[in-house]
Design a binder for this molecule. Structure first.
Ligand code: HEM
Length: 189
């Protein structure tokens, strides 16, 4: 059996697309307060559109991962590092799905949602989560607050995990001299 030494082209494309969209989305929303007033609502709408795109791509990625075995980790990697890498990847998958879902729940509990219909990229009408929109006003307000806290807290976990993920990849590349980045970079073998 030939064992692949790098991820498939689809996995590589999804990885970098999701990474760029998530980092772009965090940057956009963290700077939203510095935008002129007229730009704030469109920027938040763009944030939601990018987030929902990440959710779709994340689901595709999970399906791809479940049906395609990734290349094995480099030989000689200590057990703790293998377990750590697997745990970190699992948490990252959780964040790729959990961040958009928590944002979507928070947004679906927005009391003025009816006045601000959701459009993907200002064009495609999109739905909010029906059972959450149907809650009584007091419960809806609680859900709105709680899920914003969850959304915001997951973002902090994301910052820590992305830092760990990048440091881990760089350590293997430059300290352990294992050509790991090539596994997730486009290009020839
Ligand atoms: C890649 C996915 C996403 C990431 C990484 C992300 C990240 C963030 C971050 C870092 C914040 C600021 C939190 C704070 O101020 O403490 C935020 C706010 C927010 N997010 Fe998301 N988010 C994502 C997806 C979504 C989605 C799918 C929705 C809704 C459909 C959404 C709705 C919101 C809303 C309404 C806010 C508050 C904006 C404001 O009023 O300033 N997010 N998000």
């Amino acid at each position: 059996m030939v064992v692949a030494d790098r991820y498939t082209r689809t996995a590589i494309t999804l990885h970098w697309l999701i990474a760029v969209l998530m980092i772009g989305n965090v940057t956009l929303i963290l700077f939203v307060d510095t935008f002129p007033d007229a730009m704030v609502r469109p920027a938040i709408n763009l944030h939601k559109s990018i987030g929902l795109t990440v959710l779709g791509l994340g689901l595709l990625r999970v399906l791809w991962r479940l049906s395609h075995r990734p290349p094995p980790l480099p030989p000689g990697m200590p057990v703790w590092e293998r377990l750590g890498a697997h745990a970190a990847h699992l948490v990252l998958y959780g964040l790729i799905l959990g961040l958009p879902i928590s944002g979507w729940v928070h947004d679906s509990a927005f009391k003025s949602a009816g006045d601000f219909p959701l459009y993907l990229y200002g064009v495609i009408p999109w739905f909010r989560i029906g059972p959450i929109m149907a809650l009584d006003p007091a419960t809806k307000e609680q859900v709105h607050t709680l899920w914003f806290q969850i959304h915001s807290s997951l973002a902090y976990v994301l910052y820590a995990m992305v830092a760990l993920h990048i440091l881990g990849a760089l350590k293997h590349q430059f300290i352990d001299k294992q050509p790991e980045l090539q596994r997730m970079l486009p290009g020839r073998k």
